[in-house]
Design a protein around this ligand. Structure first.
Ligand code: HEC
Length: 418
């Protein structure tokens, strides 16, 4: 049994889960393991960084953002559209009249004049469907592949022309700025997705929290409404207990974004309701306000930085102290097939929390992680990482964190896999 455990530990990540069951060991051994673990995390971060850079170069990372060798030519794009696309997509981009098209329209059939629907789609998504056809994205086979019929340049041009169907593009943040979701750091881009995110203690008494997060842009594409319902499970003194945590209700608003500079800034205001049982450690025991700013930057070659600065402000600070937090994530989007295929995004998060009390010190965590698109349509993605306390480590255990997300705007959860 012990041998099995050691073998699993050697595998790395899985070891974090198993170690928690490892029983009592000497404090010294534990400290040594902590150091080893920290060294392991550092080596992991460096390895991720190097892999990301090499991967980025090798694949000419460009769908976070596509690289255009030549400026796109809209007039040329119009010719291509009128020649090859108009029969199905219509002169106005809403779709040709029903009477002139024989095919049954899938419910994802695009209306290119609908800015709220098209601006969150990066050019890379469209290009993949045009080059390889609908099925390559888990879309209808009625959408033909044009990769052998049109040149790369013609395809880039027709995308530019089709972008013109949406008339108020400048009022909505562009999909290219929708960076891969980090496990903890909140992004600036207003999202329309459902996320199930779990953080589990990797040592000490078993405990985990699962958050079911609903984010939607139902008011407009610049505004995100969010609810986050956490459910906790914990082994407390040998007794298994479960319960609701503090529910968050929040509004995020994009304040500024530009693809030219690659930047996006948002502000969010949130309220955490004291729905969790604070006696069992499942809630703060008081209503809290949580304002924050999020600023993200996309660099050339699709390296990106996500930052977040905010505060947790309990109404009754005698129950739970006020604190501020700042978070930064560095990552690299790497896509197969010139960013038209599966997307891998290695990232590292640096997470800090500091109570407002005088003399309080800052808790730092490091969280190396990976996000991968799992469905063909890329509307279902997974992220996984290990959150490692770096300072004030006593009483704070490493956690395995993972999520599963479904981007609702790109179709039903069960569609778009094949
Ligand atoms: C035979 C009909 C047909 C022709 C011709 C056609 N399309 Fe389509 N296209 C479709 C259908 C149907 C869909 C919707 C697929 C779905 O949602 O499952 C679609 C979807 C798309 C999408 C949306 C992909 C996404 O990510 O949602 C783009 C972009 C597109 N077409 C571009 C073009 C361009 C550019 C041309 C011409 C070069 C073209 N189409 C020609 C039928 C056609």
């Amino acid at each position: 049994m012990i041998d099995v455990r050691i073998a699993v530990r050697e595998i790395g990540l899985a070891g974090y889960l198993v170690r928690g069951l490892g029983g009592r060991q000497g404090e010294r051994a534990r400290a040594r393991r902590r150091n080893e673990r920290r060294r392991g995390v550092l080596v992991g971060i460096v390895a991720l960084g190097v892999a990301a850079l090499l991967g980025g170069w090798a694949l000419e990372a460009s769908a976070q953002r596509l690289h255009y060798a030549k400026p796109q030519n809209v007039e040329n794009g119009e010719k291509v559209y009128k020649g090859g696309c108009i029969a199905c997509h219509g002169a106005d981009g809403k779709g040709a009249p029903m009477s002139s098209t024989v095919f049954l329209r899938p419910d994802t059939f695009p209306d290119f004049t609908d800015c709220a629907g098209t601006t969150p789609e990066p050019d890379g998504n469209w290009k993949a469907a045009i080059v390889h056809g609908g099925p390559s994205r888990g879309l209808s086979q009625i959408m033909p592949a044009f990769g052998d019929l049109l040149t790369d340049e013609q395809i880039n041009d027709v995308i530019a022309y089709m972008r013109g169907f949406c008339r108020n593009v400048h009022h909505y943040p562009l999909g290219e700025l929708n960076l891969p979701r980090a496990l903890v750091t909140e992004k600036a881009f207003p999202e329309n997705e459902i996320v199930v995110s779990t953080a589990a203690s990797a040592s000490g008494a078993p405990a985990w929290t699962t958050d079911v997060i609903d984010e939607r842009t139902s008011i407009d594409a610049r505004t995100q409404l969010e609810t986050d319902v956490p459910v906790n499970y914990a082994d407390q003194g040998g007794k298994w207990t479960e319960g609701l945590g503090d529910i968050t209700l929040a509004v995020k608003r994009e304040m500024f974004s530009s693809l030219r500079t690659g930047s996006i800034l948002s502000l969010q205001g949130g309220i955490l309701l004291p729905t969790g049982d604070s006696n069992r450690g499942f809630g703060a025991g008081t209503t809290q306000f949580e304002p924050f700013a999020a600023f993200d930057q996309l660099f050339k070659e699709n390296t990106f930085l996500q930052t977040q600065l905010g505060a947790d402000l309990p109404v009754d600070p005698s129950v739970s102290p006020r604190s501020m937090f700042w978070r930064a994530t560095v990552g690299q989007a790497i896509g197969q097939d010139h960013m038209l295929g599966r997307l891998y995004s290695p990232m590292v998060e640096f997470l800090a929390v500091r109570p407002f009390q005088p003399g309080a010190s800052t808790n730092w965590d490091v969280l190396p992680e990976m996000q991968v698109t799992v469905s063909r349509r890329q509307h279902v993605r997974m992220g996984v990482g290990v959150r490692e306390p770096f300072t004030n480590t006593s009483g704070r255990t490493p956690q395995v964190v993972f999520y599963f997300l479904w981007d609702r705007a790109d179709g039903k959860l069960w569609n778009g896999w094949r």
